[in-house]
Design a protein. Structure first.
Length: 197
């Protein structure tokens, strides 16, 4: 009796195994090109491109952020680098969704530590963490939440600058994920289990 092929829970009606899909998603999470992913997974560039686009669509429709983007393609154009040039206008929102999710999953979303800009010790700590880098990348996100105004009742949030901050503001600190690509992959893999391709 022939051995039954394991079902791909994350890509329904697919001819590729869940293991190979995992390899493709890992490459996508590491921001590899379609060509490089095809070479690494031994799939055709067309198959890889289709999976990449479906991943973007899943983030747009079922991701942790709900999107209400303007119709103008220029709203997404600013985020496109050389790798994304020539993308059809109808796909711009999906690429925007990808970009936003990459940024969000590069952070530890466990909440921000709040410090007072009026306290010298808090400012000293924020300044130290603001300057910490690993492999040239800042290890912490340090922001300044300004005092609420009638126009901004929740308080405007701006990047923290050790040389230019307001003493009546709140300093927000959040540690970046140690491996942003791995964090992004875990998010995508979990998303596909709930919302298969």
């Amino acid at each position: 009796m022939a051995e039954r092929k394991a079902k791909n829970r994350r890509y329904r009606n697919s001819k590729i195994s869940e293991y190979r899909l995992r390899r493709v998603v890992e490459c996508f999470a590491r921001d590899m090109t379609v060509k490089d992913t095809a070479a690494a997974t031994k799939l055709s560039p067309q198959a890889v491109d289709a999976i990449f686009m479906r991943l973007r669509e899943r983030m747009f429709t079922n991701g942790m952020v709900r999107f209400d983007l303007p119709d103008e393609p220029s709203a997404a154009q600013a985020i496109f680098d050389t790798k994304h040039r020539g993308v059809p206008e109808k796909s711009h929102p999906f690429y925007t969704a990808e970009f936003i999710h990459r940024v969000l999953k590069a952070q530890r979303l466990t909440g921000f530590e709040e410090l007072s800009a009026a306290k010298p010790d808090d400012v000293k700590k924020a300044t130290k963490l603001h300057g910490l880098r690993r492999n040239g990348i800042r290890q912490y996100v340090v922001l300044e939440k300004l005092k609420p105004t009638p126009e901004k009742p929740d308080g405007k949030i701006v990047p923290f600058s050790p040389l230019d901050f307001r003493e009546d503001s709140v300093i927000l600190i959040n540690e970046r994920a140690f491996d942003a690509h791995e964090n992004f992959f875990r998010y995508l893999w979990g998303l596909l289990l709930r919302h298969p391709l």
